[in-house]
Write a protein that binds this ligand. Structure first.
Ligand code: ZN
Length: 266
């Protein structure tokens, strides 16, 4: 079953495609946030971060950029299968962390680097979008040390999501897939928590990047990131099965996963 999108007015056109699911927590982020839809010409800006624990060799940088290229091409291919127009290129630069930084709170370090008055990725991205002439220029921060990659998430409930993806290359294994965190930037949700979501995803989207960390984009994620205007039968089944969830239950699950350390990471 495929339900056709019901367009609302301009004002609510992002939020009320599907009136019966308009309050569903997983639909709130569609095309919102730092990046909007994953379509058009996108330039990934890879920021290699150097500090006392994160030291990059030329070969390691090259390996990471090769992985970026691989994921970019694989995403382009999947987008084509949905009829979406997507072209992803990349650029990179390096930044050095000031030596006296003791706390390794990466998201706050990011703010320090750029000394940006508003400290919002959205405005930082706009700067690069204008400067480089792309539709979208997400910044990916990469450390060459161990850690758990994440997206730092801002205010989801006020129609604005600020996301900063942070990668720890030494813990990414051979696979080095950047897709999962990148999809977060465009509105995708994790499928490995809470339990209800995990069980539903295992049944309906067992290969999804949002469940496994690999590179596959499932039906609901394709809708959330703007590759399609339609919900497939599977996506609807997923929404039906998880309809009891709200942002509180999801935030609690995130806190549990991060030991309460920072409920805004995922
Ligand atoms: Zn995630």
């Amino acid at each position: 079953m495929v339900i056709k999108q019901e367009r609302g007015t301009m004002a609510d056109s992002n939020r009320h495609f599907y009136p019966m699911y308009k309050d569903h927590v997983y639909l709130k982020a569609r095309k919102f946030g730092a990046c909007g839809a994953m379509t058009g010409n996108i330039e990934l800006i890879v920021v290699f971060v150097n500090d006392s624990k994160s030291v990059w060799s030329d070969a390691e940088r090259k390996r990471f950029l090769n992985a970026v290229r691989y994921d970019a091409e694989y995403l382009e291919k999947q987008a084509r299968n949905w009829g979406a127009d997507l072209s992803i290129d990349y650029a990179y630069f390096e930044v050095n962390v000031p030596e006296n930084q003791e706390e390794r709170w990466y998201d706050y370090l990011m703010e320090d680097f750029f000394k940006h008055p508003e400290k919002r990725m959205e405005t930082l991205q706009e700067y690069y979008e204008k400067k480089l002439g792309f539709d979208d220029t997400p910044l990916l921060f990469v450390f060459n040390c161990e850690g758990r990659s994440y997206c730092y998430e801002g205010d989801r409930d006020n129609n604005y999501r600020e996301e900063r993806p942070v990668y720890f290359a030494k813990s990414m294994g051979k696979d080095l897939s950047i897709t999962h965190e990148l999809l977060h930037l465009y509105g995708a949700y994790d499928y490995y928590y809470p339990e209800l979501t995990k069980e539903t995803a295992k049944r309906l989207f067992p290969d999804s990047s949002m469940l496994t960390g690999n590179r596959e984009v499932d039906d609901l994620t394709a809708f959330l990131i703007g590759w399609t205007e339609y919900l497939t039968g599977k996506a609807i089944e997923f929404l039906e099965a998880t309809q009891s969830l709200d942002s509180n239950s999801i935030n609690k699950a995130i806190n549990d996963i991060w030991d309460g350390e920072n409920g805004q990471r995922r």
